[in-house]
Design a protein around this ligand. Structure first.
Ligand code: PRP
Ligand code: MN
Ligand code: MG
Length: 178
């Protein structure tokens, strides 16, 4: 195990089983709808690429990057689009893929933004949900695991851009960030 990790919260096997389960649910949900599956860069990249391979229906993929300001302090809720979609979402069934919902500010902005572009539907799938930290009323339509309020990294989640490539999700040792 990576030396900066205190404990494994979700193993590679647990993640993989959950991704398969979500893939089947989403395949039913979006059958015949050719959904536009949107990855929120960068954290959601490993989850999205695994998830689409567990979806057994035709779909399209696109990518967006956003940055939220003042997140470490009290967030203002201001989110900026750093990389926009290449695809029009008008009349499309959009599925936004996230690695984690924390305060919910990133997603509430994004969902609102996509709805304004006249998508046929906008739903959210997140691998992790940390409801304890929610600042806005936002519930994912599809969710993998609810997790406690701990500092988690791996499988896309970073601390200062590190640990995204860990195949599991672990709790970071406090000595690393304090
Ligand atoms: C993280 C995470 C979510 C967001 C959740 O992304 O990947 O996108 O924060 O936080 P929120 O619910 O409080 O908005 P981050 O902004 O760290 O960028 P990254 O994906 O590139 O790591
Ligand atoms: Mn992110
Ligand atoms: Mg991050």
């Amino acid at each position: 195990m990576e030396k900066d990790i205190e404990k494994i919260l979700l193993s590679e096997e647990e993640i993989s089983a959950k991704v398969s389960e979500l893939g089947s649910i989403l395949s039913e949900e979006y059958a015949g709808k050719n959904p536009l599956v949107i990855c929120v860069l960068r954290g959601a990249a490993p989850f999205m690429t695994d998830l689409v391979r567990r979806m057994t229906i035709p779909l399209e993929m696109d990518f967006m990057a956003v940055s939220s300001y003042g997140k470490s302090t009290q967030s203002s809720g201001i989110v900026r689009i750093m990389k926009d979609l290449d695809t029009s979402v008008e009349d499309r069934h959009v599925l936004v893929v996230e690695d984690i919902i924390d305060s919910g500010l990133t997603l509430s902005y994004l969902v609102d933004n996509l709805e304004r572009r006249n998508a046929a539907s906008v739903k959210v799938v997140t691998l992790l949900d940390k409801p304890a930290r929610r600042a806005v009323d936002l519930k994912p339509h599809f969710s993998g695991f609810q997790i406690p309020d701990a500092f988690v990294v791996g499988y896309g989640l970073d601390y200062a851009e590190k640990y995204r490539n860990l195949p599991y999700i672990g709790i970071l040792k406090p000595s690393v960030y304090s």
